[in-house]
Design a protein around this ligand. Structure first.
Ligand code: KG4
Ligand code: ZN
Length: 364
């Protein structure tokens, strides 16, 4: 296969990111990877504010792309193609990245490749490891919590999904209500490391048919637990917060392990196909990674997770998806539109949820 040199642009949430990836004979090398985080812009609000995110992407995108090209030591004319996230995500941000890619494509006469952000996460371990299709994917991020069969490039079959909140969202909301700050995932993980999982919290969907998830009830139980401690003692001490975080994280791990065991059973994967990829921002959680790795060892599955810097949103996973698509001769029409929602398994049969959606409907 020819050597592909692809610029990837990612702006679907709160990171303005770009990378250049070289893809040759099924192997990737990241030539440059720049991520400009907006965390400090959103922290005062305890979550991502879409309008602020879009404005910050506009302010940063030129600089981030320029730096990415400089660090790779190349010019636009050296590229094989330009790829950008076209959805799902916050539409204002997605538009900024996609339009930037269109401008580069037009100006430099390069093919344009619109990428589904979730496909980027799904392929992310391939940035640094040898991993062949097919594999089972646990995709856990701020906006998504799904288990999919990744059969080949572009062929994804969803086995399970959350019926309400995403897992990263549950971490973020737990952190917010405990006053830990934003983004909550790493802060809850750090507090959990110092705590004792002594509080009994619910394990939603445990042992239910299929492999769907639900996290809204767990989040509410954490809020009630915190309120009851405050009612009793007048405040939450740091050790209370650590214990609540440890109890919350332990509950999420029990749910993840149970749902993965169910997915292993219904996946139909056997022999060499028994490969599990855990990707997305929550895959950066060391306790979650360790428990899933142990489960894989016990059940005879090979375990893969992206390097930590490729768990959260980044341009390298978008560039890789672009390079792989280019290798298959798949490029996008210039009229391609940004999409706030874009399920990865859109081409497969419509999903039939076994348990229906939560009260507010599925957000993910
Ligand atoms: O993939 P990502 O960067 O953005 C989305 O596509 O959503 O994921 C961000 C999410 C946030 O909810 C963040 O709190 C969570 O990933 N996260 C973590 C950890 N690091 C990031 N959750 C649990 N533990 C972590 N160490
Ligand atoms: Zn993401």
């Amino acid at each position: 296969m020819a050597r592909q040199l692809v610029l990837g642009i990612e702006t679907s949430c709160d990171e303005t990111a770009a990378a250049v990836v070289i893809y040759e004979n099924g192997r990737a090398r990241v030539a440059s990877n720049v991520v400009s985080s907006q965390i400090k812009d959103h922290a005062p609000y305890g979550g991502v504010v879409p309008e602020i995110a879009a404005r910050k992407h506009v302010e940063k995108i030129d600089e981030v792309i320029k730096l990415t090209m400089q660090q790779a030591g190349i010019g636009f004319s050296d590229l094989s193609a330009v790829a950008a996230t076209a959805g799902p995500g916050l539409i204002g941000g997605v538009l900024v990245g996609l339009l930037s890619a269109k401008a580069i494509s037009l100006g430099a006469g390069l093919p344009l490749i619109a990428i589904n952000h979730l496909e980027g996460h799904a392929l992310s371990p391939k940035l640094t490891q040898d991993l062949d299709f097919p594999y089972l994917l646990l995709l856990v991020s701020g906006g998504h919590c799904q288990i999919l069969k990744v059969e080949a490039l572009g062929i994804y079959k969803r086995l399970g999904t959350t019926i309400d909140d995403a897992l990263g969202e549950a971490f973020d909301k737990t952190a917010k209500l405990l006053g830990l700050g934003y983004p909550g995932g790493p802060l809850v993980e750090n507090a959990a490391r110092l705590g004792n999982p002594k509080f009994p919290l619910p394990r939603p969907m445990l042992n239910r048919d299929g492999c769907d998830f639900s996290f809204a009830g767990l989040k509410t139980a954490v809020a009630r637990l915190a309120q009851s401690i405050v009612a009793e003692k007048g405040m939450l001490s740091q050790s209370d917060i650590n214990d609540i975080c440890a109890s919350f994280q332990a509950a999420t791990i029990d749910v993840l392990i149970n749902r993965l065991e169910a997915a292993f059973a219904i996946s139909g994967f056997d022999g060499q196909d028994r490969q599990l990829v855990v990707a997305g921002g929550v895959a950066a959680n060391q306790a979650i990674r360790a428990k899933i790795e142990t489960l894989c060892e016990q059940r005879g599955w090979r375990y893969f997770a992206p390097e930590l810097k490729y768990c959260g949103d980044n341009g390298a996973m978008i560039a890789l998806a672009g390079a792989m698509r280019l290798g298959e001769g798949i490029v996008s029409d210039f009229g391609i539109k940004a999409r706030p929602r874009w399920p990865l398994d859109e081409l497969s049969a419509p999903l039939k949820l076994k348990h229906g959606y939560g009260k507010k409907g599925a957000k993910v």
